[in-house]
Write a protein that binds this ligand. Structure first.
Ligand code: NAD
Length: 423
C-alpha cells in the first residue's frame, strides 16, 4: 500500500477512518482486490486560493478545495462544506465516502466533495455571495454536469447552489442548471430535495428498527445536530410517535425525560438561530448527552463523534448515521461487540444524493416530477439498498458498514477493471 505524501498520519482523522473501513472490506473482494489501491488514491485534488474583498474594504484570503475521489462509475458527486475547520484531508475522506455511497445505492456517479475553510456565519450575505462565486470560478475547470456536480453540505444551502449555478453558467455562456443539485425549486431544483437526507434517515431507521424488533412508536431518541439532516429526522420521528429525549447542537444540549416538543423547538431555532435558551427542556452538560438512556442515537453533525469511550457507555440499540463518518473504527468494533446495530452513513444519509440524482435527471430532461413521485422513488431505492446490504451482512457475518462497503467496492472495482487503464 502506498502512502500519500500530502496526508498526515493522524490516527483519528476522517481520512484514516475511511482507510480503516476500506481495510476491513478487502478480505471479501476476491480477485477485485488487485484493483483496491485505487480506493486509497483520490483521482484529483484541487486546492484554490479565494481572495475576498470584505465589506469594510479589507482583503482576506480563504483556502478552498475540490476533491474528485473516484470517477469510474460516472461524474463526481458531492457537497460543498463551508466550515472553519475544513481541511484537504477531511474533504478527501468526504469525497471517498461519496464514492462508496453512490455505488452502494447504485447511482451512476463517482465521489467528490468540496470545501472552503471559512465560518459562513461571520460573513455578510454579500461577502458570502462573493466568496461562493470566486470559489466556483476557481474550481470551474473541473466541475460541470458531466464532470462533477456539487451540492449543499454543512454551512451551504440552496441559495449558495443558486450562486454556484449562476457563476458557472456565466462562465460557460449558457444557463446550466445541471451543474449543481440542491438548488431552489424555481431554478431547476427538485421537490423533496431539502428534506431528502432526513427522510432517508427515517426510512432506513424505521426499516432497521423493525428488523431488530424495536418499535419506533415506543422508542426514545437522541439527536446530535439540528441542521438540515437532524431537524428533518427529528420532525419525522416525532410525527411517527417517537420521543426525542435529547438534542445537541453547537450551542448546547437539551434533555427532557418524556420527550421534547419538536415543533416548538424548531420554531425557537428558526427565531433564535440555535437551540440555546429553549426553556421547555432541561439544559444539560455537553458530555452528558452521551450518558443518557435512549434506544436510538442519530449523530447528524460532524465526523468522529462516536469515540471508543462514548461507544462503551452508550445505552442504545440502534445508531442511525445521519452525519458522514461519525463513528471512529475502534468505536465501530465496540458497538459491534455490544450488539448495537449501526446503519452506516453510506446508506443511512444517502437520501440526499439519491434525490440529487433525481434532480440531475430532471434538469437534463427539463421534465419535473411531483413530490409524491419523488418520495416514493426515494423510499423504494433506500429500502432496496438497505435490504441488499442487510442480506450481505448476514451472508458474510459482518457489520452493515462492511457489508455496504462490500456491495459498493465490488461495483467500483468492477467498473475500474472493465474500463481498464489508460494508456
Ligand atoms: P447543517 O449545517 O445544516 O447542520 C449541522 C448541525 O450540526 C447544526 O445543528 C450545528 O449546530 C450542529 N453542530 C455543529 N458542530 C457541532 C458540535 N461540535 N456539536 C454538536 N453539534 C454541532 O448540516 P447538515 O447538512 O445537517 O449536515 C450534517 C451532517 O450530515 C454532516 O456530516 C453532513 O456531511 C451530513 N450530510 C448532509 C447531507 C445533506 O443533504 N445536508 C447529506 C448527507 C450527509
Amino acid at each position: 500500500m502506498t502512502v500519500l505524501s500530502y496526508v498526515s498520519d493522524q490516527a483519528d482523522s476522517a481520512w484514516s477512518t475511511y482507510l480503516a473501513q476500506v481495510e476491513r472490506v478487502l478480505p471479501y473482494l476476491g480477485d477485485l482486490t488487485r484493483w483496491a489501491d485505487t480506493l486509497r488514491h483520490p483521482k484529483r485534488a484541487l486546492i484554490v486560493d479565494i481572495p475576498l474583498e470584505m465589506d469594510d474594504g479589507t482583503v482576506r484570503h480563504f483556502e478552498g478545495y475540490r476533491v474528485q475521489h473516484n470517477l469510474s462509475r460516472g461524474p463526481g458527486k458531492g457537497g460543498v462544506r463551508f466550515h472553519p475547520q475544513v481541511t484537504l484531508e477531511e474533504v478527501m475522506a468526504l469525497s471517498a465516502w461519496m464514492t462508496i455511497k453512490c455505488a452502494a445505492l447504485n447511482l451512476p456517479f463517482g465521489g467528490a466533495k468540496g470545501g472552503v475553510r471559512v465560518d459562513p456565519r461571520e460573513l455578510s450575505i454579500k461577502e458570502l455571495e462573493r466568496l461562493t462565486r470566486r470559489y466556483t470560478s476557481e474550481i470551474g475547470s473541473i466541475i460541470g454536469p458531466q464532470q462533477d456536480i456539487p451540492a449543499p453540505d454543512v454551512g451551504t444551502n440552496a441559495q449558495v447552489m443558486a450562486w454556484m449555478m449562476d457563476t458557472y453558467s456565466m462562465n460557460v455562456g449558457a444557463t446550466t442548471t445541471g451543474v449543481v443539485t440542491g438548488k431552489p425549486v424555481h431554478l431547476g431544483g427538485s421537490l423533496g430535495r431539502v428534506k431528502a437526507t432526513g427522510r432517508g434517515v427515517f426510512i432506513t431507521g424505521v426499516a432497521a428498527a423493525q428488523r431488530i424488533g424495536l418499535e419506533v412508536k415506543q422508542s426514545r431518541i437522541a439527536i446530535q445536530g439540528l441542521g438540515n439532516v437532524g431537524s428533518i429526522s427529528a420532525e419525522l420521528f416525532y410525527q411517527a410517535g417517537a420521543q426525542i429525549v435529547a438534542i445537541q447542537d453547537h450551542s448546547g444540549t437539551l434533555y427532557r425525560e418524556d420527550g421534547i416538543d419538536i415543533p416548538a423547538l424548531l420554531a425557537w431555532q428558526r427565531e433564535h438561530g440555535s437551540i440555546a435558551g429553549f426553556t421547555q427542556a432541561q439544559a444539560i452538560r455537553h458530555q452528558d448527552f452521551w450518558l443518557k438512556t435512549f434506544d436510538i442515537l442519530i449523530p447528524a453533525a460532524l465526523e468522529g463523534q462516536i469515540t471508543e469511550d462514548r461507544a462503551r457507555s452508550l445505552t442504545c440499540r440502534l445508531v442511525l448515521e445521519g452525519a458522514n463518518g461519525p463513528t471512529l473504527p475502534g468505536a465501530d468494533d465496540i458497538l459491534r461487540n455490544r450488539q448495537i446495530t449501526v446503519v452506516p452513513d453510506v446508506i443511512c444519509n444517502a437520501g440526499g444524493v439519491t434525490v440529487s440524482y433525481f434532480e440531475w435527471v430532471q434538469d437534463f430532461s427539463s421534465f419535473f416530477w411531483s413530490e409524491s413521485e419523488i418520495n416514493q422513488r426515494l423510499d423504494t431505492i433506500m429500502q432496496e439498498a438497505l435490504d441488499s446490504v442487510w442480506l450481505k451482512a448476514d451472508s458474510l457475518k459482518v457489520t452493515l458498514r462492511t457489508a455496504a462497503y462490500a456491495v459498493a467496492c465490488e461495483r467500483i472495482l468492477m467498473a475500474r477493471k472493465d474500463r481498464g487503464l489508460y494508456p
